[in-house]
Design a protein around this ligand. Structure first.
Ligand code: NAD
Ligand code: MG
Length: 386
């Protein structure tokens, strides 16, 4: 039986890698729906190449263009937030959640509530609505398969584990482009420098998060929700080769690691074929050529974002939503050249220092706190920039 799939965020880095794998194994997959924010040309091209039944553009102003591009193809064009939810909840049984940011929360949550198998790349959705999403998955019978390489690595290491036998998770981090830079050099870092990741090719937002190490902080919160361990049981180590994608320590002292080349098609393929495996064109690891594996402790002075994320996780309530929203705004401002690199973490720290909020009881409350934080952080930035 073919797996019927939908890809939310099909034009992005994860979306394109997913499509690459799907096109290589047409006998395994039926593409039901694809979505994008505004790149209608790339979206239509992917829809025509895969025979998708539905193509959704979030930006409603681009719908006429998408309709024209798909005219006569048999693929229906749609637009807007309700259509994104339709793509997530329709005939697909497997949904790749690869929209970036909290913008992906509603369709991702809808897929979870509809009981789909959800391949979760959109970490911001889980970070902001973690508890609600995990509860919804257990109610609906939805399976969440982590796509983030570290969490996918842990998911693979946990095969055969009963859960109670795990004592610690170790998330690895490449250290990003500024691993060896001085605090002074980082103050004048440009967007181009920040997005040029030494190991992974990714979208702009996650690339900046990797440069501040906020990405690892978000991944800490992601691991907390996915694997149900306390903050004190989740360690982070810098591993510049990005070869060991993460590790699980068991109660007997065994440490299982997942290794591979830095190619997102490996974790995406595991999510696509789970519980089986499938072929990928990813380069194979040559251990002799690699020669060595290095590990070091993260520097929380130069990378305060990592500390802020752990504090947000440990303080609980709505802190992770505030952390995430402030970070999304700060990263946008940095990419637009409006603030300096070191101001990203400073803006997040300010937002966390100014507001506390109880844990949200519904997705509406998550969205309300996310929107209020964005408005506050944007207004503060506007004041200090003008
Ligand atoms: P990207 O920027 O390359 O792509 C984002 C996708 O989301 C695009 O298809 C875009 O059209 C869509 N999108 C953006 N804003 C939207 C909106 N408001 N409404 C609807 N659609 C919207 O991002 P990416 O690097 O592919 O990352 C996607 C997600 O996966 C992120 O949450 C990221 O943290 C996570 N992730 C990515 C990688 C990677 O290697 N790229 C690795 C691990 C996790
Ligand atoms: Mg990752």
């Amino acid at each position: 039986m073919k797996r019927r799939i939908a890809i939310l965020g099909a034009t992005g880095s994860v979306g394109q890698s997913t499509l690459d794998l799907v096109k290589r194994s047409p006998d395994r997959f039926d593409v039901i729906a694809l979505t994008a924010q505004s790149k209608v040309r790339e979206l239509a091209e992917a829809a025509l190449a895969t025979g998708a039944k539905l193509a959704v553009v979030a930006d409603e102003g681009r719908l006429p263009e998408l309709r024209t591009l798909l005219d006569g193809s048999g693929c229906r064009a749609a637009a807007g937030a309700a259509a994104l939810v339709e793509a997530a909840t329709g005939d697909a049984d497997w949904v790749m959640a690869a929209i970036v940011g909290c913008a992906g929360l509603l369709p991702t949550m809808a897929a979870v509530e509809a009981g789909k198998t959800v391949a979760l790349a959109n970490k911001e959705a889980l970070i902001t609505a973690g508890q609600l999403m995990i509860e919804a998955a257990s109610r609906s019978g939805s399976t969440l398969i982590p796509v983030d390489s570290e969490h996918n690595a842990i998911f693979q290491c946990l095969v055969g584990s009963c859960g109670d036998d795990v004592s610690r998770l170790i998330l690895t981090a490449s250290g990003g482009p500024f691993r060896t830079a001085s605090a002074e050099q980082m103050r004048s870092a440009t967007p181009a420098e920040a997005v040029s990741h030494p190991k992974w090719s990714m979208g702009a937002k996650i690339s900046v998060d990797s440069a501040t190490l906020m990405n690892k902080g978000l991944e800490l919160i992601e691991a907390y929700h996915l694997f149900g361990l306390g903050s004190e049981q989740i360690d982070i180590v810098i591993h510049p080769q990005s070869t060991v994608h993460s590790l699980v320590e068991f109660i007997d002292g065994s440490l299982l690691a997942h290794l591979g080349t830095a190619d997102m098609r490996i974790p995406i393929a595991y999510a696509l074929s789970w519980p089986e495996r499938m072929q990928t064109p990813a380069a194979r690891l040559d251990l002799v050529e690699l020669g060595r594996l290095d590990f070091e402790a993260p520097d929380l002075e130069r990378f305060p974002a990592l500390r802020l994320a752990r504090e947000a996780l440990e303080s609980g309530g709505g802190a992770a939503i505030i952390l995430n929203a402030a970070n999304e705004i700060a990263v946008e401002l940095f990419l637009a050249g409006r603030i300096a690199f070191h101001e990203i973490a400073a803006m997040v720290a300010d937002a966390l220092g100014q507001t506390t909020a109880p844990a949200p009881r519904s997705i509406d409350e998550v969205i309300a706190l996310d929107s209020a934080t964005r408005a506050k952080v944007s207004a503060a930035a506007h004041e200090s920039c003008s």
